[in-house]
Design a binder for this molecule. Structure first.
Ligand SMILES: Nc1ncnc2c1ncn2[C@@H]1O[C@H](COP(=O)(O)OP(=O)(O)OP(=O)(O)O)[C@@H](O)[C@H]1O
Ligand SMILES: [Mg+2]
Length: 210
């Protein structure tokens, strides 16, 4: 999946968030193995996994509400050098965050907080970005903006993206490939387009779900 956007769709409780957290080693997988760049990362610590180029924007934004935008970004950066090197790139991607850099995270709008969560995951320059429900709770216009930002990141920086989304319609449109997770098991896979046109998927995840 290198360089691709891969969508993982599935209903509530299917295990999507758990899968992303397990890739990050928190919790560790109890069985099986997780390979990244042909390397077994199953038993590595979260710190080592993040250092190997994986970044996670967890469900529900989880920014630090009492810290400013800048401080939130500093936490996402590996160190001061990384922060100084990358902050301009982040502000070019998300001009709104630059305007608001001294504002407390928790006082920003839902959409702005989601941008911040994305930016915080990106500032460490990951090669693989794990995104958990980036459009959750956002109005349609903001959903569009977030998806546009995801596409841009993928196209300009060639970052691979594993995208978990309830919004299957948008996610499959954006994704090169998709996987359907039911009760922790992958039941179906195909290109974004194939899954969009699959009658089972349409009935289960798409009808009325736009
Ligand atoms: N720490 C935990 N202890 C016990 N059960 C858990 C724990 N974490 C997750 N689960 C259970 O595992 C299942 C999968 O949860 P998960 O959060 O991965 O679902 P999801 O696919 O992300 O759902 P959603 O779309 O609602 O976010 C759920 O039934 C959940 O209750
Ligand atoms: Mg979840």
């Amino acid at each position: 999946m290198e360089g691709e956007i891969v969508a993982l769709i599935g209903s509530n409780g299917a295990g999507k968030s758990t899968l992303l957290m397990t890739i990050c080693g928190n919790p560790h997988a109890k069985a099986g193995e997780i390979l990244y760049n042909n390397r077994d990362i199953t038993r590595l610590s979260t710190y080592e996994i993040i250092r190997s180029g994986i970044s996670h924007a967890p469900e529900g934004r989880r920014i630090f509400p009492h810290m400013t935008v800048l401080e939130n970004l500093q936490i996402g950066a590996r160190d001061k050098e990384c922060f100084n090197r990358e902050v301009d790139r982040i502000f070019t991607l998300f001009p709104r965050l630059k305007e608001r850099m001294h504002q407390q995270g928790g006082t920003m709008s839902g959409g702005e907080q989601q941008m911040l969560a994305l930016a915080r995951a990106l500032i460490s320059r990951p090669r693989l970005l794990l995104l958990d429900e980036p459009s959750l709770g956002l109005a349609p216009l903001l959903v569009k903006q977030i998806f546009k930002a995801i596409r841009e990141i993928n196209e300009t920086e060639k970052i691979s993206i594993l995208l978990v989304e309830q919004n299957a319609y948008h996610a499959l449109h954006l994704a090169h490939r998709g996987f359907v997770l039911v009760n922790g098991i992958i039941t179906l896979t195909g290109t974004g387009e194939e899954l969009l046109n699959n009658p089972e998927i349409r009935a289960a995840y798409l009808e009325g779900g736009r």
